[in-house]
Design a protein around this ligand. Structure first.
Ligand code: GLU
Length: 476
């Protein structure tokens, strides 16, 4: 059997979008599931809009998702002469022709076609001109484009997702393949590259469905073997509108920076179109590679459900090694404190906080937002808590608790949650008050808030010095 070769072909005119990443993932999964090759081609022929920083950013985002090409990246800007060569061949095969129409003439044709609700009928005049006549036109400075001669008939293909798909060629205008400034267009570049790169399966978004008949016609004109096509469903937002950066974060790196795990985003993006067996929603990369098939790819558009992504991410956080999570938390700490301070926090300490918080968070940044007190002494206290516990009685109780704490947990004594609880309860028994009347102000003093994991576990992580310092500060 022929080796499967697929490609992801982004245009570097923007950041890698989650929609693009989904396309890359499906290509990658299909390649891996067939033990084939996944290739990356940067479609940077639009010199004005393409930026090399964006190509790098796209490659970086893919790398973060652990999607790496199996062969060197192909850049279309390196291959312009090859596209021109094929355009020339198409002209000599009489499958394409020079179009000397002025913009004004073309405008008129377009308006006429619009009025008659038909596609533009080009007169293909240059096909009846001799080579010398054409040369004369060109040397006299007449501007031209080269158009593909769309034959009559229909163009049909078996899409791996949509099934049999038919386009009537009469609806396809003789499209330009070489612009008047001498640059080749997308349609020709993509076909030449897919042919030269021996691509067997073109897997891309639904938005390219209408390009496919044009591309198939080019393959046929060159007598090249056709790849198979698979068009993936559109991704809509929760209001069933096209995903838009004005409404949602769309760049892959934004998700990384917010603290989503690449494994979770990968898992989530596959569900935008792929329906795993038993409708499992948590599915590892390896299982996906094993089970991926176009038979389970939906035709209908998929909804980008943030709540689901958050849930998947929280599940991956629970599953991931705590030390790995802690390293990501440490990276995030750089954003809220001087880098040197963040670096001086021992990884072990961060791991302990991760262990306590991991059931309560959904993204990595939550470890820092909800568990900020592990790393930074609270500067302010929650209003609601202050109203209840910032009174003389609570403070007195807390001050005496601290004295007793200092006696029992002197520097050499082990402080663990069991001992801490025992001590606090015997202290409140002695005072004849409920344990809660110390626990609540204590939580406020240590964390600045009224919600946290078990206070004795938090105390164990914080350690004696921080406990002493924070209680004192609160009382003052
Ligand atoms: N460069 C095109 C895009 O970014 C993709 C072309 C293709 O996959 O055929 O939409």
């Amino acid at each position: 059997m022929e080796e499967v070769r697929v490609r992801f072909a982004p245009s570097p005119t923007g950041f890698l979008h989650v929609g693009g990443a989904r396309t890359a993932i499906f290509n990658w999964l299909y390649a891996r599931s067939k033990k084939g090759k996944f290739l990356l081609r940067i479609e940077d022929t639009d010199a004005q809009r393409s930026k090399s920083e964006l190509s790098e950013q796209i490659i970086r985002s893919l790398d973060w998702l652990e999607i790496r090409p199996d062969e060197p990246v192909v850049y279309q800007s390196d291959r312009i002469s090859r596209y021109k060569e094929i355009v020339e061949q198409l002209v000599s095969l009489k499958k394409a022709y020079y179009c000397f129409k002025t913009i004004g003439e073309l405008d008129l044709e377009r308006k006429e076609a619009q009025a008659n609700k038909t596609s533009i009928k080009h007169d293909r005049a240059s096909m009846n001109m001799t080579d010398d006549e054409i040369k004369e036109f060109i040397s006299s400075g007449k501007e031209y484009t080269i158009r593909f001669h769309v034959p009559d008939g229909v163009t049909e293909f078996d899409d791996l997702v949509h099934g049999k798909t038919t386009f009537s060629n009469s609806g396809i205008d003789d499209f330009v393949i070489l612009r008047s400034d001498g640059t080749p267009v997308y349609q020709i570049a993509v076909v030449v590259d897919d042919h030269d790169m021996n691509i067997t399966h073109v897997i891309r978004g639904d938005d390219h469905l209408s390009n496919t008949p044009k591309q198939i016609l080019l393959y046929k004109a060159m007598n090249w073997e056709l790849p198979l096509f698979a068009h993936l469903p559109m991704i809509l937002d929760e209001d069933k509108r096209k995903l838009s950066k004005r409404r949602n974060p769309v760049a892959v790196e934004e998700y990384r920076d917010k603290g989503y795990l690449h494994e979770a985003l990968f898992n989530f993006l596959t569900l935008l179109g792929f329906a795993p067996n038993n409708n499992t929603e948590l599915i590892s990369r390896d299982e996906l590679v094993e089970t991926f098939t176009f038979a389970r790819v939906n035709k209908k558009s998929a909804v980008f459900d943030m709540k689901k992504l958050n849930w998947i991410n929280s599940e991956y956080i629970k599953m991931k090694d705590e030390a790995d999570i802690a390293s990501l938390v440490k990276e995030g700490l750089n954003k809220i404190m001087p880098e040197t301070d963040a670096e001086s926090i021992p990884l072990d300490y961060v791991i302990k906080s991760v262990h306590l918080m991991k059931e309560r968070v959904c993204i990595i940044n939550d470890f820092i937002e909800l568990g900020k007190y592990f790393f930074i002494e609270p500067e302010t206290y929650e209003e609601k808590g202050l109203a209840k516990y910032s009174n003389d009685e609570s403070k007195k109780l807390l001050a005496e608790y601290l004295d007793s704490f200092n006696e029992v947990f002197s520097d050499n004594n082990i402080m663990n949650p069991e001992e801490l609880e025992k001590h606090l309860r015997s202290y409140t028994d002695l005072k004849g008050v409920k344990a809660a009347s110390v626990i609540h102000p204590l939580r406020l003093a240590l964390t600045g808030g009224t919600v946290s994991p078990g206070i004795f576990e938090v105390m164990e992580v914080l350690g004696k010095d921080k406990i002493r310092k924070r209680i004192k500060r609160f009382i003052q």
